[in-house]
Design a protein around this ligand. Structure first.
Ligand SMILES: [Zn+2]
Ligand SMILES: [Zn+2]
Length: 231
């Protein structure tokens, strides 16, 4: 390694420049690239496509080795902290890149994920079942959102809001006052009912099934003559 630390002449433009106008290159004798930053960026801009293609080709030719190296590198605890810090610092950029990647490759991604789900059908079904069991309100919110979309009805109701509505009604069927085990949309989706929280009430299975998609519904008769007695 040379101890030369003064200005340096760019091999491309021939101009003598300060050392910080050259990128570092450990493989070179004086630790700097031969070409100045400015010339480098001009070169990279002019050859962007070719450079990307070369990198891609190099990656593909050495994919296994590079993947393994990257894996080993990322397993190192010091590097894990580095990765985390970098991910936090670039969160916005990463999420923008991800959505762009998804938009540009959605067909491939969807096909790949469908194939994976198909191969692991039992595993997927079991995972979904467990999730629904552990997140009953989110499940209701998700299903309601889908149904409202299908009917073209307005309204948004989160899992938290579903839970809030159930709590407001004391976890009782709004028609008979018995224990509730379903969610009713008072004005049915099929009759243009919205998916706003105000249209969401807990109901017992029996009342919900009897009410079905009737609208308007004579609920007064239910309250006089409960089908399910409060326990
Ligand atoms: Zn130069
Ligand atoms: Zn009921």
């Amino acid at each position: 390694m040379s101890d030369f630390a003064g200005p340096k002449v760019c091999a491309k433009c021939g101009v003598e420049k300060e050392r910080d106008e050259f990128y570092a290159d450990r493989r070179r004798e004086n630790g700097l690239q031969a070409v100045c930053k400015e010339c480098g960026s001009v070169y990279r801009a002019a050859n962007a496509e070719r450079i990307v293609a070369q990198r891609k080709e190099h990656y593909q030719a050495n994919a296994e080795r590079l993947r393994e190296e990257k894996r080993r590198w990322s397993q190192d605890p010091c590097n894990k902290a580095k990765i985390r810090a970098r991910n936090v610092a670039n969160a916005d950029k990463i999420s923008a890149q991800r959505s762009q990647h998804y938009r540009e490759n959605s067909d491939v991604i969807k096909a790949r994920s469908a194939a994976w789900n198909n191969e692991h059908r039992d595993q997927v079904r079991e995972k979904n079942r467990r999730w629904r069991q552990e997140h009953p309100e989110e499940t209701v919110a998700y299903n309601s959102k889908r149904r409202a979309l299908k009917w073209g009805n307005p309204g948004v109701c989160s899992g938290e809001q579903v839970a809030d509505r159930v709590y407001t009604w004391g976890n009782r069927c709004w028609m008979c006052g018995g224990p509730a085990d379903t969610i009713d949309h008072v004005k049915p989706f099929s009759k243009g009912g919205p998916n706003w929280p105000c249209n969401v009430r807990p109901a017992c299975y029996h009342c919900n099934a009897t009410k079905s998609s009737k609208w308007p519904y004579p609920t007064a008769s239910f309250r006089d003559e409960p089908l399910c007695l409060p326990s």
